[in-house]
Design a protein around this ligand. Structure first.
Ligand SMILES: [Fe+2]
Ligand SMILES: [Fe+2]
Length: 175
């Protein structure tokens, strides 16, 4: 178990739980996209439903999580812990990359839905698997870096008053 998972801070626990949910959703995405390639046509509907549930999670919980980081957590840390500046920039550009790749995935999911019953869709499936693998890799790597840098700093390096101030900003933001 990592230090972050053991964090006593409730607010970090929440962020960490969302990371865990996202990683589970990425597994679900991987299984469904593999199913497109290796399971018969009778499974297409079920696998599409799984992919849509992942997209819904990304549009909702995950986008809220990223916005909270971009608008509250990262700016707060940038002003209190200057050494994090470059990693925060990288994390923000990974958020952008994730959003863009998610839109690409959505495009090919819609294309696949429209052609699945008619034509040979092997090229679309190949593209979907490629995009899926990239998204999964990106998110895993991103969350690992956050856990090991940003979240650790919140847990171990911020003074208790700073942590409280950050928690207050988060509450005001989400409410
Ligand atoms: Fe993030
Ligand atoms: Fe995060």
């Amino acid at each position: 178990m990592s230090g972050v998972q053991m964090a006593k801070n409730k607010f970090l626990e929440l962020l960490n739980r969302e990371h865990q949910m996202a990683l589970n959703k990425m597994k679900q995405l991987d299984t469904a996209l593999t199913g497109f390639q290796f399971e018969g046509k009778s499974s297409v509907g079920r696998n599409l439903k799984q992919v849509h549930s992942v997209l819904q999670f990304c549009d909702g919980t995950l986008m809220k999580h990223m916005k909270l980081e971009e608008q509250i957590i990262f700016p707060f840390l940038a002003s209190h812990v200057p050494k994090l500046d470059s990693v925060l920039r990288i994390l923000c550009s990974q958020h952008e990359d994730f959003r863009k790749s998610l839109e690409d995935l959505r495009f090919f999911v819609n294309l696949y839905s429209s052609e699945a019953s008619k034509s040979d869709s092997s090229r679309t499936i190949h593209k979907l698997r490629e995009l899926g693998a990239y998204l999964i890799y990106l998110l895993r790597h991103h969350m690992q870096v956050e856990n090991e840098s940003v979240y650790q700093v919140i847990d171990r390096e911020l003074r208790s008053g700073e942590r409280k101030a950050l928690e207050k900003r988060r509450r005001e933001y989400v409410e």
